[in-house]
Design a protein around this ligand. Sequence first.
Ligand SMILES: [Zn+2]
Length: 220
Amino acid sequence: MLFVTRWLYRSVAGQEVEEGGLVCAVCGLPMAQGIPQARVFRKTFNDWDRLALPNEPRVCPACAWYFDHQELRFSHWYVTPSEARVLARDDIIPLLFSLLEFSSPSDFYLLLSRTKKKHVALRGRLNAAGCSSLRVNFEEYLVDVDRGFLKLETALIDLRQYHSWDEIESDAYLPFAILRWPSVGDFERTREAVRRWRNTPQYALARYLYSPKLREEGLL
Ligand SMILES: [Zn+2]
């Protein structure tokens, strides 16, 4: 079951779905009245495998509203039952940090859209209140984030002081650039912290969120 469209509907549109004996094809939640699928999905819609109950003929007012507001997928969202907050890219790492440190008192979704093309909300996986690791929906990926992820982000910022993304991603570093490090040991430790993450969703997210400002402002 997918709660995120209902929570967005509540906080962004200020409306609630009346519960009843029908169920929604998209979120799988109960509703009193629905809208026929054909009036909700565009011809280009191809995320059928993301629907909770694709054989149900109707869609709830919250999910229909979501599909009618394509601009919702242009933003990054932090969504709880009582709040839907748009996140600037630079706010995401500090938020992850604080959620890992203090854990959230309520259930929530984290939806991050890179290309703005995909319905990230339909991939939404719930984070339960008080959980100690985070599930971040980043485009088509579900990324598990823990303290190791923050270490990866820190190591990327350190490596980028001296090396290109090409060097980092191929794990082939230019010898003259290695000599700029305070010591070869520092370089090797930082390289090792990144190497095992290459080609993972965690790496894709860490690169997307990369910002030297995080280090300058003491956030990492
Ligand atoms: Zn629905």
